[in-house]
Design a binder for this molecule. Sequence first.
Ligand code: NAD
Ligand code: UDP
Length: 338
Amino acid sequence: MNILLAGGAGYIGSHTAVELLSAGHSVVIVDDYSNSSPEAINRIEEITGKKVTAYTADVKDKAAMRKVFGENKLDCVIHFAGLKAVGESVQQPVRYYRNNIDTTLTLLECMQEADVKCIVFSSSATVYGEENKIPYVETMKRGSCSNPYGWTKVMMEEILEDATVADKDLSVVLLRYFNPIGAHDSGMLGEDPQGIPNNLMPYIAQVAVGRRDKLTVFGGDYPTPDGTCRRDYIHVMDLANGHLKAVEYAAQHKGTEVFNLGTGTPYSVLEIIKAFENASGVNIKYEIGPRRAGDLPEFWANANKAANVLGWKTVRTLEDMCKDTWKWQSMNPQGYIK
Ligand code: NAD
Ligand code: UDP
């Protein structure tokens, strides 16, 4: 298949590109590099030995996207192109709604014009909200979110689902990611956040290479076994493999299907620090600080549906996630900037 990766130069998109190319598919990447580097494209090509068709464009830009759809015969779209910083979304809600919703609408319109009938969407466990019991199952209703980022995901899921009601030939797969961490095992691709990392693993990795002084653990008084929050961390290459299975499934089906992509096993913040120290041999300086607004104490996936329907399961351990993160960060201490 020839697959358009909107936002494909980013963290999850670049790893997915490697997985798709390695499985024999072709990819076309569109990215405006607002949160990534063109160097990621070179690395994808170096790892796979294959050529990537890449466009520098804003996915909201209809004229630019028409050109992409016109110049390439596409079989499926994967939509990664979103703004994703929870705290920033509270400060800049309009920018988040504009970018995340408009990219989705533009893609759907271009797909309709070009008769492309298959889209896989990067959703998030955040859509389960606070109301649902853990572990989260796809049959649960979407909950209410504590921030605009989460609401954009809820709204985009709804928009995509509505589109399949109107067009019976359309196939939508909503992938609800849990907590992606890790990197490609070559050390050539990884997560390269701009500025101060919001997420736990890149923060730990930057402490390990000396870019940050110490980690603040957000809250030590949660009702969890060690008092710190627990999450379902998933290796980004297992997640990438989930996309491969999802596009192959989507191409054969119609209507909307939802899948959780997680391991089903939660780890606490302190367990992640310990695992990273063991994998890297580096001591991670940390202190316990106050809770971060909006954080839930714990959640993890029931990932049975992806196993049963897609034949997907995770194969990489927490040790692999830490080892690969460390390899990436130590080989690229400043990220893609050399
Ligand atoms: P990322 O920021 O690394 O990747 C997103 C990419 O999209 C970036 O390369 C960015 O430059 C690009 N982009 C954003 N808006 C664009 C636009 N208008 N036009 C063109 N390019 C644009 O993020 P990621 O971690 O790879 O996440 C990918 C998707 O998965 C996002 O939609 C995110 O919300 C979702 N997601 C991520 C996580 C996570 O923890 N990383 C969890 C759940 C869901
Ligand atoms: N966390 C932390 N310190 C940090 C960043 C994150 O203690 O500097 C905690 C956060 O409170 C949460 C977990 O690590 O319990 C994972 O946070 P992250 O932002 O990576 O993912 P989230 O689950 O919030 O999407």
